[in-house]
Design a protein around this ligand. Sequence first.
Ligand code: URA
Length: 456
Amino acid sequence: MHHIILDNQTDFDGWRKAARALALNDVKPSDVSWRVADDAPELFAPTAPPLEPPRGTFNVPARFVELAEVAILHRNPERFALLYRLLWRLRTHHDLLELATDPDVAEITAMAKAVRRDEHRMHVLVRFREIGREQKSHFVAWFEPEHHIVELAAPFFARRFADMPWSILTPDLCAHWDGHVISFTPGVDRSEAPSADRLEETWRRYYASIFNPARLKAQTMQKEMSRNNWRNLPEASSIKPLASNDKASDMPRKHADDLETLREEAADCRACHLYKNATQTVFGEGRQTARIILVGEQPGDKEDLAGKPFVGPAGQMLDRALEEAGIDRRTVYVTNAVKHFKFVPRGKIRLHQKPNTPEIKACRQWYERELAAIKPDLVVAMGATAAQSVFGKITPINKNRGRAIDLDDGTRALVTVHPSYLLRLPDADAKAREYRRFVHDLKIAADVLRKSAHAA
Ligand code: URA
């Protein structure tokens, strides 16, 4: 038996070196035991003579290496052996990874997926608390990951919170950012994490202000988060009282699971690079029975943090215009052409950047699936990015504005400006005039809706 001892739980280089030497020495997977240096030693099984230094080479598909780098972060202690078994089999069966029904392939794929989900959970659920004051403040968070994902997830926080020194403490490993480099120290006990301070209260107030019970699915949230993550959220203590104060729990539930499934799938979307710096996917919001879909460009800073579309200044402008046009926002479905926030950091501010065509195209699948799930009478495209996504090609606003246009799939579309355009106009008169035109366009939408309800 060959006993391989890896340096630590995420020692991919160590695994790769050992696996290569074992395979080149023709050592069968059943003749290898794998463990990590800190774990309890194995006292039985005689040891095989040392391996010959490896000679020769062999190739494995790049996809295996990508999969292995992620799957090795899974907490299952059998992962090292499973990976070696796959490597061993790949030498003679190069297309093995294409066989999704193969038990080893299915298991490694499921492990990699679980690791990615855990990484996503960490991105979304970590809440920093401020320690110290002003110049000397440091932000600390406690998180209990399911898998060994701290090193994988840390660069996201360095990009996202580049200007603040932070530490994320976990029982496995702690990550620290000083504004320049990420460093890691051994894991700590929960008691070492700060428990309550003014930042927590701010976060709770912020959550209460953006709270929309129509979106609340406490059971889904709890399923998504482990019990520990749920407990660590400051807003968790606010959810019950807020939910019971609201009467919107009688929202129609017909087909609700379809949009919910889409939302869950989109949470892991990596179809373009924008997921890397954004906090989370901001999926559409509203009833599945909505007759109108409103499409914007992409979430902004506030939406990125809240995970909901149009909750910032453009959202307030939109709410006002909808009300004046006689449309109740709660009856429409609101979404964006691109579902991750694209920005460049400028000091403490994240400056919005317009999505480009590859990003719009990569995200279009979600809009198409929202459309298929809702089957609205009318889609309102607000701004050039939305129009490009709705029509599937660059579509000038002014030439097409203000009239219902038939789409190939039988839906009708109305093109108008984006509310942010109104916010950016420097001249008060122009602003007032353009706002009236925007409301006028929304009134056309309300009219189309009335007529199609009448015809039905
Ligand atoms: N702008 C958009 O296009 N969408 C949002 O959700 C917010 C601002």
